[in-house]
Design a protein around this ligand. Structure first.
Ligand code: AMP
Length: 430
C-alpha cells in the first residue's frame, strides 16, 4: 500500500515524503481511511508503530477541508498527551507533517511560564497539543475555549489514567462540542480505558494493531541476573566493552537516575539524567544533548519513558525493572521503532525477580538469559509466596518514605573501591 491511496491531499503527501516515509505503517493504513470517513476510533497500538502520524495526518486533512475557517486560526484540533516530553514530540510532528499547510499549533504543558503560552493562544492557533493539567488551567483562566473543537485525540489513554488524569479528561470532555470526531489511542485496552472510551467516543471503530501488551518482534529482549551491589559496574562494563553508542537506561527512582548518571560519567561514559523533578528547561536541554550525541547515556524514570522519540536508538537497559509490568512494554518500545532492530537488556537482582515474573507473564515471552564473566548472581531469590510478601514490604517502604528517617549514606559510595576500579579497568582497557 502507498500513502497516495489513503486519500490524503498533496500538501500532506509531500510533507510525509520529506520525512522519508515510503509506505504507511499498519496503524496508519488502518486508521487514516476511517478517520477521513469522519468516524470515531479506539486504537490499541504499541509505541513506535507510527501512531502519531495516524492521527495527525487525518487531523490536518480535516482542517484543510474546513474552507470556511481556513485563515481564521480558530482552535479546532486538540491532542491530549500524558507527558511534557510527548507534548513536545507530538507538537514537532504536527509542525513537520503540516509544514505545507497554513495552520498554527502550540504545545501547552506545565513546568514553563503560562504567560508565554497565553500570548501564543491570543494570536490564534488551529491545533493545540497539551497535557491535561495545563489545559484545564488555561480553560479556568479563560485563555482558551474548546467550543470549536471538531477533532479530538486522546493519546496514550492508559498512561493518562495511570497518572490520575481522569477528572481533567472528563472536565475537558464536558466542554467540547458533542458533534466532534474523537480518537483514543492506548497501548493496552484495560477495562478502565474501555470505560473512558464509552464516555468519550460515539460508535467507534476498534482497531487493534498488535496483541495486547505484545512487544515488537524487532526488539531482542535479554535478561542478565546480577547481584544488586554489582549492577552499576556491570552497566558501565556492558556499555563500555560492547561500545554501545546511544543507550537509554531506566530506573525506578529519581535519586537512582542522578546517581547512575554520576557513576557512569565518572567511569568515562558521558551520561545525563531526566526525571520529573528536573526543570523543564533542563529536561529539554538534556534530551537535545543526548540526541546530538554529547551524552552517550540517558538515564530516565518511567515518566520520561513515554514520549521519547530518539531516532536510531539501539539499546534500552532496565537498571531496575518497573513495578508496573505495562511500563516495561513502554520502556523497551523506545528502541526497535518503525521496524528497526533494537536490543533491550534487563538487569535483574533478587529484588527484581518478582517483577520479571510478572512482565514475562504479561508479554507471553521468556527472556533469553545472558551472562558476563566475573559478574555473579548469588543473592537468594524469594520463592513465590515471599514475592507477595515482598510487594507488601514495598508498600510499607513507600509509607515509611513519608516519615522522618535517619540520614543514610548513598548506596554507591558504600561500595568497596577496589571492586569498582577492577571492573572499570576491564573495559577501559578494551
Ligand atoms: P510514533 O509511533 O508515532 O512515535 O512513530 C515512531 C517513529 O516512526 C517516528 O520516528 C516516526 O517518524 C516514524 N514513522 C512514522 N510513520 C512512518 C512511516 N510510515 N514510515 C517510516 N517511519 C515512520
Amino acid at each position: 500500500m502507498h500513502f497516495e491511496s489513503l486519500g490524503l491531499n498533496n500538501y500532506i503527501l509531500d510533507a510525509v515524503k520529506a520525512e522519508g516515509y515510503e509506505t504507511p505503517t499498519p496503524v496508519q493504513e488502518k486508521a487514516i481511511p476511517v478517520a477521513l470517513d469522519k468516524k470515531d476510533l479506539l486504537v490499541s497500538a504499541q509505541t513506535g508503530t507510527g501512531k502519531t502520524a495516524a492521527f495527525v495526518l487525518p487531523m490536518l486533512q480535516r482542517l484543510s477541508q474546513d474552507k470556511k475557517n481556513a485563515d481564521k486560526h480558530l482552535l479546532r484540533g486538540l491532542i491530549l498527551v500524558p507527558t511534557r516530553e510527548l507534548a513536545m514530540q507530538v507538537g514537532e510532528s504536527v509542525v513537520a507533517y503540516g509544514k505545507n499547510l497554513p495552520f498554527k499549533s502550540v504545545n501547552l504543558y506545565g513546568g514553563k511560564k503560562i504567560s508565554a503560552e497565553k500570548e501564543r493562544l491570543e494570536k490564534g492557533v488551529d491545533i493545540v497539543v497539551a497535557t491535561p493539567g495545563r489545559l484545564v488551567e488555561h480553560i479556568k483562566e479563560g485563555s482558551l475555549k474548546l467550543d470549536n473543537i471538531n477533532f479530538f485525540v486522546l493519546d496514550e489513554a492508559d498512561r493518562m489514567l495511570d497518572m490520575g488524569f481522569i477528572n481533567e479528561i472528563r472536565a475537558i470532555g464536558e466542554v467540547m462540542p458533542k458533534g466532534r470526531q474523537t480518537f483514543m489511542f492506548s497501548a493496552t485496552f484495560t477495562p478502565k480505558v474501555v470505560n473512558l472510551g464509552k464516555s468519550l467516543l460515539r460508535k467507534p471503530k476498534i482497531i487493534e494493531i498488535a496483541r495486547q501488551n505484545k512487544t515488537a518482534e524487532t526488539i531482542e529482549q535479554k535478561v542478565h541476573f546480577i547481584n544488586s551491589d554489582m549492577k552499576i559496574d556491570l552497566l558501565s562494563y556492558m556499555i563500555g566493552s560492547q561500545n554501545f553508542k546511544q543507550v537509554l537506561v531506566f530506573t525506578r527512582t529519581k535519586d537512582g537516575t542522578d546517581n547512575i548518571a554520576k557513576e557512569l560519567s565518572a567511569a568515562g561514559l558521558p551520561a545525563t539524567a531526566i526525571h520529573g523533578d528536573i526543570t523543564q528547561a533542563k529536561r529539554t536541554k538534556a534530551l537535545k544533548q543526548f540526541k546530538e550525541g554529547k551524552f552517550r547515556v540517558l538515564v530516565a524514570t518511567d515518566v520520561a519513558g513515554r514520549g521519547l522519540d530518539i531516532k536510531d536508538m539501539d539499546y534500552v537497559i532496565n537498571y531496575e525493572l518497573p513495578s508496573v509490568p505495562e511500563d516495561y512494554v513502554h520502556r523497551i518500545g523506545r528502541t526497535g521503532r518503525a521496524g528497526k532492530k533494537g536490543l533491550a537488556i534487563s538487569l535483574v537482582s533478587a529484588y527484581d525477580v518478582a517483577y520479571l515474573f510478572e512482565i514475562e507473564k504479561l508479554i507471553g515471552l521468556k527472556m533469553e538469559e545472558i551472562k558476563t564473566e566475573g559478574y555473579v548472581f548469588d543473592e537468594r531469590i524469594p520463592d513465590r509466596g515471599e514475592q507477595h510478601n515482598q510487594r507488601d514490604r514495598r508498600k510499607a517502604a513507600k509509607a515509611r518514605k513519608h516519615t522522618p528517617k535517619p540520614e543514610k549514606k548513598k548506596r554507591y559510595s558504600e561500595k568497596p573501591k577496589k571492586l569498582k576500579q577492577t571492573k572499570r579497568n576491564r573495559y577501559e582497557g578494551s
